[in-house]
Design a protein around this ligand. Structure first.
Ligand SMILES: [Zn+2]
Length: 340
């Protein structure tokens, strides 16, 4: 990319900084940026009036960003945001190191998590999902799976394996689609009246909204509630959704729980290693540790520290790639650790 050209990443940063009082440097994949530009209806909802006359047309629709950026989007299986950009990404992979590099920001030395189950159906028909995630989050703490991210450091120290789960809250008001990230942040700020002042609060919003035609299963993002920085994540209801199904055949969980458990690992691992402005760990195409190992698994099940078992994708480890000890991701790069 010539230096004289503004990259989509830089453009989005400029637009976001100009239209919002939001300082994070977005670091979505370039392919993602264009995909979002082409599909603003699923990405950011309705465009706002503010547009830039000088914006490159390919990304002009991003001026309608109505909230914090979607980060580390967990694409549905087989979803192809843009064949041309996918090819460009392949070429980039051939010529560049697959290692993630550090971008100067903080990491989460530990995380303080909370789950928000948003939507009218959670009170009447939660199935095994609420109880399941109430086991998933405490079990993540100090698990081998959590330890797949501990090699990464930031300005505030090193990623650690510990995570504190503060339990769940059910909000039976109608849940929103994930397309408007501001609406999800607003829900977090409504429910979490005293967010973790350390900035290590991570609030996972599980909705009862089906994915529909959206190309992604979940994403994580960052914002603030009354000036306190918060990490948050959005999850669709994935019941019967073959595009976001890890195909857990253990019989331990309903399919819908198994699906949100898998994407929960992806998003939490990414939030821990790449949580906030100006970004910490991602590769030359903007992929975070979860993205780089999406839809690949180190084994049939991961056993958490509390004995609960889940089928969860692995996470990218620079160390494992360098040492040749990881399992291959979908590009054949052996840098994934399953956390078994
Ligand atoms: Zn991701």
């Amino acid at each position: 990319m010539p230096d004289s050209l503004m990259t989509p990443r830089d453009f989005l940063q400029t637009v976001v900084a100009r239209t919002l009082s939001f300082k994070r440097k977005p670091h979505m994949k370039r392919s993602l940026l264009v995909a979002l530009a082409c599909l603003p209806v699923f990405a950011f909802g309705q465009a706002q009036a503010q547009t830039s006359a000088t914006a490159p047309s390919a990304v002009q629709d991003l001026s309608g960003v109505s909230g914090p950026p979607m980060l580390g989007i967990h694409w549905a299986r087989g979803f192809d945001p843009s064949p041309r950009l996918r090819e460009a990404s392949k070429q980039a992979r051939r010529s560049k190191s697959p290692l993630m590099t550090y971008h100067g920001g903080k990491i989460m030395p530990s995380s303080n998590t909370e789950a928000i189950f948003w939507g009218s159906s959670w009170a009447s028909s939660p199935g095994d999902k609420i109880s399941g995630m109430d086991s998933w989050y405490p079990g993540f703490s100090n698990s081998n799976y959590a330890k797949t991210s501990v090699e990464y450091t930031g300005t505030n120290g090193q990623v650690g394996p510990m995570s504190n789960y503060g339990g769940h809250v059910i909000d039976t008001s109608a849940s929103a689609s994930g397309a408007n990230t501001s609406a999800i942040l607003a829900e977090v700020c409504k429910i979490v009246t005293n967010p973790d002042p350390t900035g290590n609060g991570y609030y996972a919003v599980y909705t009862d909204t089906p994915r529909g035609s959206a190309g992604y299963c979940a994403y994580h993002s960052v914002g603030s509630c009354s000036g306190v920085p918060v990490q948050f994540a959005y999850f669709f209801k994935l019941d019967g959704d073959t595009g976001c199904d890890p195909q857990d055949t253990s019989g331990l969980h309903s399919q819908g729980l198994a699906a949100i458990a898998n994407v929960s690992g992806h998003e939490l691992a990414e939030a821990i290693t790449d949580p906030a402005s100006p970004g910490a760990w991602y590769d030359s195409s903007g992929a975070e540790n979860g993205d780089k190992c999406a839809w690949t698994f180190g084994g049939p099940l991961v056993t958490f520290s509390n004995g609960s078992q889940w089928k969860i994708q692995g996470e990218w480890s620079n160390n494992a790639y360098t040492a040749g000890t990881g399992y291959p991701n979908s590009s054949g790069q052996s840098g994934c650790l399953g956390g078994q």
